[in-house]
Design a protein around this ligand. Structure first.
Ligand code: SAM
Ligand code: SF4
Ligand code: SF4
Length: 338
């Protein structure tokens, strides 16, 4: 294995693979129905990377220093035979950890096969546990209890410290902050509050809708005694905290108020094979074409290394300059999966 570094001396360590652009939810901040309604044309199957292609890309990244893979989407559990892909990825030399980010709705019946395939960790996105807000934010008439039950079953079957990610939007789900902590405080799952981000171009993001870490912490501290925890490893993205009376961890992901670009070691692959080096990029390099043209593993290695070695992204640190210009077009969140 050789390690490669970008222009800001960041190695590539994590690979996020979006396995589909489709989703069973229509979260208003990610795939608003006005845009992604019945008439929206998702990519035909042949445009998605197939499992051979995904494996080839993952192998290349593993040889360049990646040890962790996260499957995302769209909703990764709507991709057919996802377990077969996980099994293949888990056998790649150098890959130590495979995780999945899911909305959890289709999770429960798949738990056994996911465990069997070698999935190590699950993150469940859950913005509210009251039926009304859950339905409003996912914009579907779905039962939140199905997600809660899947999390519980996943715990019973051995998934520990499941991350429960909640995107907080001002005047939409502020009440979920305490709801979620109350609900999960006696489990060993970790609720993490995510600042609403200006990803994509279509969710009508405005700074006034963002509740910062500080705002969220103030709400929590009115009810709970909290203290900070040390990083698990240098450059950890989430800021860790403890509910002291319960010894329960929770955390924050604060791309807006406290950017973490200096330690960003993530590469992202879109469902159609574009290599994207920043969550807020406006494009990526097409890997599908050279792969379909029969490039060798070594050639793919060179293509990917060149992109990473030229990388200097730090969007969150320079957000203000860019959003003021208003011309900065970005890839949509469901295409790169967070
Ligand atoms: N469908 C899966 C899910 O929701 O977990 C995986 C893909 S989803 C795009 C990945 C994560 O991105 C979710 O946790 C979602 O809440 C988050 N997300 C989407 N749009 C966002 C935004 N504008 N700001 C912050 N987080 C966002
Ligand atoms: Fe689907 Fe996830 Fe986007 Fe919600 S956040 S619409 S669940 S891809
Ligand atoms: Fe990484 Fe881009 Fe996010 Fe900065 S803005 S942490 S470079 S993905």
């Amino acid at each position: 294995m050789q390690n490669i570094f970008d222009k800001l001396n960041r190695p590539v360590k994590d690979l996020r693979i979006s396995v589909t652009d489709r989703c069973n939810f229509r979260c208003t901040y990610c795939m608003p129905k006005e845009v992604y309604g019945e008439a929206f044309k998702f990519l035909p199957k042949e445009e998605l990377l197939d499992f051979d292609e995904i494996e080839k890309i993952a192998k290349t990244f593993a040889s360049l220093g990646v040890t962790k893979i996260r499957l995302t989407g769209g909703e990764p559990l709507v991709r057919k035979n996802i377990e077969k892909l996980i099994k293949r990825l888990s056998k790649i030399e150098g890959i130590e950890d495979i995780a999945m980010t899911t909305n959890g709705y289709l999770l429960e019946p798949k738990l056994d096969s996911l465990i069997e395939s070698g999935l190590n960790r699950i993150t469940v996105s859950l913005d509210a546990i009251d039926e009304k807000t859950f339905k409003k934010m996912s914009d579907q008439n779905f039962d939140v209890n199905k997600v809660l039950s899947a999390i519980n079953k996943a715990n019973e079957k051995g998934f520990e410290q499941i991350k429960i990610n909640c995107v907080v939007q001002k005047n939409v789900n502020e009440h979920s902050i305490l709801d979620l902590l109350n609900y999960f405080k006696e489990t060993n799952n970790i609720v993490r509050f995510i600042e609403f981000m200006d990803v994509g171009n279509l969710n009508g993001w405005e700074l006034s809708q963002v509740l910062s870490i500080q705002d969220i912490l103030e709400i929590i501290e009115k009810k709970y005694k909290v203290r900070t925890l040390d990083e698990n490893y240098p450059g950890e993205v989430a800021k860790r905290y403890l509910l002291e009376d319960y010894s329960t961890e929770f955390g924050f992901i604060s791309s807006v108020s406290k950017p973490f670009c200096t330690s960003c070691t993530r590469a992202r692959i879109t469902m159609d094979g574009k290599l994207v080096t920043c969550l807020f990029a406006n494009n990526g390099l097409d890997l599908r074409k050279p792969i379909r043209n029969g490039c060798t593993q070594k050639e793919l290695d060179e293509i990917i290394s060149k992109v990473w070695e030229n990388r200097s992204d730090r969007y969150s640190e320079i957000r203000h300059e860019l959003t003021e210009s208003k011309n900065h077009k970005k890839i949509e969140m469901f295409q790169i999966g967070g």
